[in-house]
Design a protein around this ligand. Structure first.
Ligand SMILES: [Mg+2]
Length: 97
């Protein structure tokens, strides 16, 4: 388990690369990024509910899954930020990670 900023950032960058390899370069308007990010935040919410109500009706409490979803949120936010900056620049063409 990572407890230092560098470890957390490494996890986020690893996830960012994984997402890039899975989905490729994505040039999207802000509202589409918002929807993707919201979907990921919703998955964090689900894991929170499972942990909070770890009982017979919510038997899937998984703190590791909660952390994984947070990393995914951060990675998607990073992708959205990179794409926003790229779209705002005069060099509107795909860039690397
Ligand atoms: Mg997710």
């Amino acid at each position: 388990m990572a407890f230092y900023h560098a470890d957390v950032i490494k996890d986020v960058l690893t996830e960012r690369v994984r997402q890039h390899n899975k989905f490729g370069y994505q040039n999207r308007p802000p509202f589409e990024w918002f929807l993707i990010l919201s979907e990921e935040v919703g998955e964090v919410a689900k894991e929170c509910v499972e942990m909070q109500f770890n009982d017979a009706s919510h038997p899937h409490s998984n703190p590791a899954a909660y952390r994984k979803e947070l990393v995914e949120v951060a990675a998607v936010a990073l992708a959205a930020l990179q794409n926003f900056d790229m779209r705002a620049s005069s060099h509107a063409k795909p860039i690397g990670l």
